[in-house]
Write a protein that binds this ligand. Structure first.
Ligand SMILES: Nc1ncnc2c1ncn2[C@@H]1O[C@H](COP(=O)(O)OP(=O)(O)O)[C@@H](O)[C@H]1O
Ligand SMILES: [Mg+2]
Length: 369
């Protein structure tokens, strides 16, 4: 029997989406085929410590963090790619090989290109988007610029730095109201899970919304608020990606799909899969999802979120998530399930795609004489 593929599943992380990651990772670890893969769970604490557990395979991710008795680090040295282990007293205990890493991390230091950069340095294949796609996928301003450049429909927006706001609040407020009006959505440019996002309906709520967003990022984006249905499509692949059937998020109570609705209330939102759209709109949104993925040079996976404006019937691209929620009941895998790819098969494919991308990249000449 061939050796098992050693998969490092990285989860947790220095991110507001730490808990979400634990839940995603738990699903991934449970679903990985133990006859094909050897799983090496790697937890990153909120403070950024990397931990491994000797008995991790049987533990829930949440328990891994508490019970972990070892610290680990990724080697950035491609001649010795893998994990360095340290015992509690920090004595090195040698290196452990990793064939591939699945960074099941959402938000900062995970979905934003940072861990991808580390894995590139170490020459370890990994699941999902590369450095560039991950970081533009996190930055709502640069993401919109690329979408616009690719001819994709986006919502009107403006953006500014926190320091500019602090310099002249009156002037900026005037500018935002002039260019965007009300209602508007105010967001930290780099974050996710609706953290720091609020809807502004007048001058007072606009100011409060900007102050809130400014706590989370140095860059703030304000968008025209659209009254829309929220449609999502999953994309899978590298150079020849495929798009799933679309689904719809129907927030149940809140004003919009906020953090509470996403993760706290079990009944905060309803997923309608497939979305009730006519054939031509279904085709259009799937094609557009592939263009979005390619506009940021995506690889592996991405969930593309759209607004379907009620008044005009127009599709507008909201964003791409390069490491979307990945529990077995999350939209990304559910859409694939509805399209004919089950959860475990999806994970197999993602790991294959990680190897494919790594092989493709390895063809590049890296020295020139
Ligand atoms: N321009 C907008 N108009 C209407 N609703 C919006 C707008 N932007 C965001 N929202 C609402 O806020 C939610 C979160 O915004 P989003 O940009 O997707 O941020 P995140 O990256 O945190 O998911 C969306 O799912 C939607 O419900
Ligand atoms: Mg979103």
């Amino acid at each position: 029997m061939p050796n098992k593929i050693r998969v490092g599943v990285v989860f947790g992380g220095r991110s507001g989406e730490h808990e979400v990651s634990l839940r995603s990772a738990e699903s991934v670890i449970n679903a990985l085929d133990k006859s094909r893969y050897e799983i090496i769970p790697i937890a990153i604490t909120r403070l950024g410590k990397w931990l491994a557990s000797s008995e991790a395979e049987n533990l829930l991710p949440s328990a891994v963090i508490e019970k972990a008795d070892r610290r680990v680090a990724i080697y950035g040295d491609p001649t010795e790619p893998g994990l360095a282990r340290f015992s509690v007293d920090d004595q090195s205990e040698g290196r452990e090989k990793l064939d591939v890493v699945f960074p099941v991390l959402h938000g900062t230091f995970g979905e934003d290109g940072t861990i991808q950069g580390l894995l590139e340095m170490a020459d370890i294949p990994y699941v999902g988007c590369g450095v560039l796609a991950s970081s533009v996928g996190m930055d709502k301003v640069f993401m919109k610029r690329l979408f616009h450049e690719a001819g994709l429909p986006i919502v009107e927006y403006t953006h500014f730095l926190r320091t500019a706001w602090e310099n002249d609040r009156d002037d900026l407020e005037h500018h935002v109201i002039e260019s965007i009006g009300f209602p508007s959505f105010v967001k930290p440019a780099n974050l996710g899970s609706s953290v720091g996002i609020s809807k502004a309906v007048d001058s007072q709520s606009l100011r409060a919304a900007i102050e809130l967003a400014a706590r989370f990022d140095r860059k703030i984006i304000v968008e025209r608020g659209v009254d829309a249905r929220e449609i999502e499509v999953s994309v899978l692949g590298n150079d020849h990606p495929i798009a799933s059937l679309p689904g719809e998020i129907v927030p149940q109570s809140a004003d919009f799909y906020d953090y509470q609705a996403k993760y706290i209330n079990d009944d905060g939102a309803r997923l309608v899969i497939p979305a009730e759209l006519d054939e031509s709109l279904t085709r259009e949104v799937r094609e557009m999802a592939l263009r979005v993925f390619q506009a940021i040079d995506g690889s592996g996976l991405g969930r593309i979120d759209f607004f379907l404006e009620r008044s005009t019937g127009r599709l507008i691209v909201n964003e791409i998530n390069t490491m979307p929620g990945f529990t077995s009941i999350s939209m990304y895998p559910k859409l694939w399930e509805a399209t004919g790819i089950g959860y475990s098969e999806l994970i197999d494919r993602l790991i294959e795609l990680a190897f494919e991308r790594h092989r493709e990249k390895s063809r590049n000449v890296t020295s020139y004489q």
